[in-house]
Design a protein around this ligand. Structure first.
Ligand SMILES: [Zn+2]
Length: 354
């Protein structure tokens, strides 16, 4: 009679349990170490010996029944919990999706590709050269022996290995390509990163890209150089660009020139040459050319006989022209960017504009 009452009471209470905490408390009350069933088993000793086996079996059967009921209830609560969380976090499939951010090429890469594509159409192949150079190739073979004053043009990153440095310009690539292809004609562009130990300002960085051009053959003249650069300037900046050639000095070219293009913003350079300067509205000078009308774009010249000879070519038979430009500077002019540090600053507000 007592066990029947216990069974009914336990099942009724289990039925009323609503959460995990209630289930735990029910479990310890009936099935725990000092729970009701344990107490019931202890009473076996008070019974007459002939009744003990029957009573023990009944208690054990009750214990198994309650355990099974407990497991069922536990499973039921678990399923209720899943159903509740599904209802609470219902998925609204009609909401618009989150846009995926699309990657794009870095402006320095875009401009580099624009430049290389133009020279590819003019028949120039890309030649990649090493960024870690020796003193011999970076300076000496380019007509800058030790203690030559032209070495003072740049402060150089030297490595801990004597005579090994980070190239200060792409020109040592000229030596590599000449020695590889001599005595065949050459028409290459040499793009890549250069390094100079300089103060970082809006106009100079310790690392920057350069594109070098080199053409070598048996009948190459300064006119070929100017024609090539004229075509490049028109394709890169657009319109009927005009060039201005000024005398300059580089140790590895003779003669050497600086090349300017007429300002793409105010076009004052070309206007001044063709007609009297017109009064053009407010007289504040153009921000791009500072009112000069011309933009400095690159240095160039005819390859110095010493450099030709160091590359394996006979300067009495071969001539060549070379030029070097900074893609970052070209991009700054083309897109009116005022600070070269933006290229390597990883600021998305800048990068996303390209
Ligand atoms: Zn201007």
């Amino acid at each position: 009679m007592e066990l029947d009452q216990l069974r009914q009471q336990a099942l009724a209470e289990l039925n009323a349990v609503e959460d995990e905490a209630g289930l735990r408390s029910w479990n310890s009350h009936y099935l725990g170490k000092s729970g009701a069933l344990t107490q019931a088993l202890k009473r076996v000793g008070q019974l007459p010996p002939e009744e003990r086996p029957g009573y023990g079996q009944q208690v054990n059967a009750l214990k198994e029944a309650l355990l099974a009921a407990y497991e069922r209830k536990k499973q039921q609560l678990h399923e209720q919990e899943i159903a509740r969380s599904l209802a609470a976090q219902a998925l609204d499939v009609t909401l618009p999706g989150r846009p995926v951010l699309r990657g794009r090429l870095h402006p320095a890469t875009q401009v580099m590709r624009d430049i290389l594509a133009i020279f590819a159409e003019l028949g120039f192949q890309v030649y990649r050269s090493r960024e870690v150079e020796d003193d011999l190739t970076n300076f000496e073979l380019l007509n800058m022996p030790p203690h030559h004053p032209a070495r003072d043009l740049w402060d150089t990153f030297h490595t801990t290995t004597p005579g090994i440095l980070l190239r200060t310009h792409t020109s040592p690539g000229q030596i590599h390509v000449m020695r590889q292809y001599c005595p065949r004609p050459i028409r290459v562009v040499l793009p890549g990163m250069c390094y100079r130990y300089e103060q970082i300002t809006a106009r100079s960085e310790i690392q920057f890209q350069q594109v070098e051009g080199l053409a070598i053959g048996e009948s190459i003249s300064l006119a070929d150089l100017i024609g090539t650069l004229q075509t490049f300037a028109q394709r890169f900046f657009g319109g009927q660009r005009r060039l201005r050639i000024r005398n300059s000095y580089f140790p590895f070219t003779e003669p050497s020139v600086e090349v300017d293009v007429d300002c793409i913003l105010c076009q004052a350079g070309s206007a001044a040459d063709t007609r009297a300067a017109e009064p053009s509205g407010p007289s504040s000078p153009c921000t791009l050319c500072k009112g000069t009308g011309w933009l400095e774009i690159l240095g160039a010249g005819m390859v110095h006989p010493v450099v030709l000879r160091n590359g394996g070519y006979d300067p009495d038979r071969f001539q060549g022209f070379a030029f070097g430009m900074g893609p970052q500077r070209m991009a700054m002019l083309k897109y009116a960017i005022h600070d070269i540090r933006l290229f390597w600053g990883n600021d998305l507000r800048f990068l996303e504009q390209f």
